[in-house]
Design a protein around this ligand. Structure first.
Ligand SMILES: NC(=O)c1ccc[n+]([C@@H]2O[C@H](COP(=O)([O-])OP(=O)(O)OC[C@H]3O[C@@H](n4cnc5c(N)ncnc54)[C@H](OP(=O)(O)O)[C@@H]3O)[C@@H](O)[C@H]2O)c1
Length: 421
C-alpha cells in the first residue's frame, strides 16, 4: 500500500470544505504536497473521497489567496502569495530560478493543474450515473490496438459494458472480427447487439498504406462501410475514429468545418470511412491525432525507450500537431456515446506542439536527458507518404459538447507517467 494512502486518517471521509484555512493547510500538508499523489489515489480510493480532498484543496487555495498578507509566517502561506504571482506572470519553471519557494510553487502548480483536470473531466472526478452504467453496451473494434486497449480500460473503470473485437491479435474474452468480411461483421453485430460501436480498427501504418493502397481502402474505407451498414441494420450507432491526416496541413489548427484535403493514401482511405459513417444520421466521427499511451509502441514510448538507453534521436521540428493521450481520449469517446453526439468532433489533445518540442516535454516529464534529442526536418527523413506539416486539431467544439477539458501536452504526459508506474 503506498505511503500516501497509509497516512490517510479516516475522519477525512467526512471532511467538510467549510473548515478553517488552518485546517485546510493541515489537510494539504498531510497529503505530502503534490497533486500527483491524488492521481495515484484515483485508482485506490472512492471517487467521493477523492473529490472531498480536491474540494478541500480548492478551498485551501482560495483561503491562501484571501489571507496571503496574514499568513506570511506560514510556509505554505508565503508560497500561496508567490504562487498567485507566478500564475499571473510566468511559468513555475521560469519563476523557480527567482524564488526560494520553488519546490512549493512547483507542487502547487502540479496540484492546481490536477484540480483543473478533475474539474474539467481530464481526470474522472465524478462517477458515471447509474443509468449510464446500466444501459450502455459498447462494442470496440480495434480493441487489440493502442486506442482500443485504452477504451477497454476506461470502459471497465466506468462500469460500462464493453465487448472487445480484434482481428489478428487475440484478446481474452474478445471476439474475432475481420472488418473486411461483411457477413462476419453483420453476424458479430447481430450477436453482440451493442448500443454503440466505437470503430477504432484501421490499417494505421501511414507509409505502408502508400505501398498497399488496396489494403488501405479495403480496411479503412470498405471495412468501415461494413461496420456502419451492419450497425444501421440493427439501429446501432457508430463513433468512427478518424485522423488529422484528412487535412493537408497547410492551415492548421483545423476546426471541424474546415474543408478536408488528404495528401496521402492513409488520409484518403480514412476520409472515405468518414463519409460512409456520416451517411447515417445517428453516427459520429471523432478525429484524433498522434496517439500515445502506455502499452503499445508509439512516438512517446520510442522517445522514452531511446533516452533511457542513452541513444541519441533525431526528431523533426517542422511538423506540428496536437498529441493525444489515449486515456483522456478514451474517456471523451465514451462520453460521446453517453451523450449521443452526432457529426464530426476533434477529440485530440488541446495543445499544438512540434515534434521536437514534444520530445523535449517527454524528456522533462519523465526525467530523461533532453540533450540526446537532436532536431531534424521532414525532408531529410524521406518518408514514403507525404506528411501534413501542421495538422493540429482545434478541440473547442468537443470540449463544449462534452463539458470536458481535454489534456494539454504536459497534462497528458503526466497522466501517462502516473498510469505507467
Ligand atoms: N495512432 C495514431 O497516432 C493515430 C492518429 C490519428 C488517428 N488514428 C486512428 O485511431 C484509430 C486507432 O489507432 P491505433 O493507433 O490504436 O491503431 P493500432 O494500434 O495500429 O491498432 C489497429 C487495430 O485495428 C485492428 N485491425 C486492423 N485490421 C483489421 C481488420 N481487417 N479487421 C478488424 N480489425 C482490424 C487491429 O487488430 P489486430 O491487431 O488484432 O489485427 C488493431 O486492433 C485508427 O482508426 C486510426 O486510424 C490513430
Amino acid at each position: 500500500m503506498p505511503e500516501a494512502q497509509k497516512k490517510m486518517p479516516i475522519p477525512w471521509l467526512k471532511y467538510d470544505v467549510g473548515h478553517s484555512p488552518q485546517m485546510h493547510l493541515d489537510v494539504f500538508s498531510s497529503v505530502t504536497g503534490t497533486g500527483m499523489v491524488f492521481a495515484h489515489w484515483r485508482f485506490m480510493c472512492s471517487q467521493a473521497f477523492l473529490f472531498n480532498v480536491m474540494r478541500a484543496s480548492i478551498s485551501l487555495f482560495a483561503a491562501l489567496e484571501r489571507e496571503k498578507e496574514r499568513t506570511t509566517d506560514v510556509e505554505c502561506g508565503r508560497t500561496g502569495a508567490a504562487y498567485a504571482d507566478v500564475r499571473q506572470t510566468s511559468t513555475p519553471e521560469s519563476y523557480a530560478g527567482r524564488s526560494r519557494n520553488r519546490v512549493h510553487i512547483a507542487r502547487l502548480f502540479a496540484l492546481e493543474t490536477f484540480i483543473r483536470c478533475c474539474e474539467s473531466g481530464a481526470y474522472d472526478a465524478s462517477p458515471p450515473s447509474q443509468d449510464q452504467k446500466r444501459t450502455m453496451k459498447v462494442l470496440i473494434t480495434g480493441a487489440s490496438g493502442l486506442l482500443g486497449s485504452a477504451l477497454l480500460r476506461e470502459a471497465s473503470k466506468q462500469g460500462t459494458t464493453s465487448v472487445a473485437a480484434y482481428n489478428s491479435r487475440p484478446l481474452h474474452g474478445g471476439l474475432q472480427m475481420d472488418i473486411t468480411q461483411h457477413e462476419q461483421v453483420r453476424a458479430a453485430i447481430n450477436d453482440v447487439a451493442p448500443d454503440y460501436v466505437i470503430h477504432a480498427a484501421a490499417f494505421t501504418n501511414v507509409d505502408a498504406c502508400e505501398v498497399e493502397p488496396r489494403r488501405a481502402w479495403d480496411i479503412n474505407a470498405l471495412g468501415t462501410k461494413h461496420v456502419v451498414d451492419a450497425c444501421n441494420e440493427q439501429s446501432v450507432k457508430v463513433v468512427y475514429i478518424s485522423t488529422d491526416f484528412v487535412f493537408d496541413g497547410e492551415n492548421g489548427p483545423y476546426s471541424e468545418d474546415h474543408p478536408t484535403h488528404p495528401i496521402n493514401v492513409y488520409g484518403e482511405s480514412k476520409l472515405a470511412g468518414e463519409r460512409f459513417t456520416l451517411a447515417h444520421s445517428g453516427n459520429a466521427v471523432a478525429r484524433v491525432c498522434v496517439l500515445y499511451g502506455p502499452d503499445h509502441p508509439n512516438f512517446v514510448t520510442w522517445v522514452i525507450d531511446s533516452l533511457r538507453a542513452n541513444a541519441p534521436i533525431n526528431v523533426v521540428n517542422d511538423q506540428y500537431n496536437t498529441p493525444t493521450y489515449v486515456g483522456n481520449c478514451a474517456r471523451a469517446l465514451l462520453r460521446m456515446c453517453e451523450l449521443g453526439l452526432t457529426g464530426v468532433y476533434h477529440v485530440s489533445g488541446r495543445e499544438q506542439v512540434n515534434r521536437y518540442d514534444f520530445a523535449c516535454a517527454i524528456a522533462d516529464v519523465f526525467g530523461l536527458n533532453e540533450k540526446l534529442i537532436n532536431t531534424t526536418t521532414t525532408d531529410t527523413l524521406r518518408q514514403r507518404a507525404r506528411r501534413p506539416m501542421n495538422s493540429s486539431l482545434s478541440v473547442e467544439k468537443a470540449e463544449r459538447a462534452l463539458k470536458m477539458r481535454l489534456a494539454n501536452v504536459r497534462e497528458g504526459l503526466t497522466l501517462l507517467r502516473d498510469e505507467w508506474r
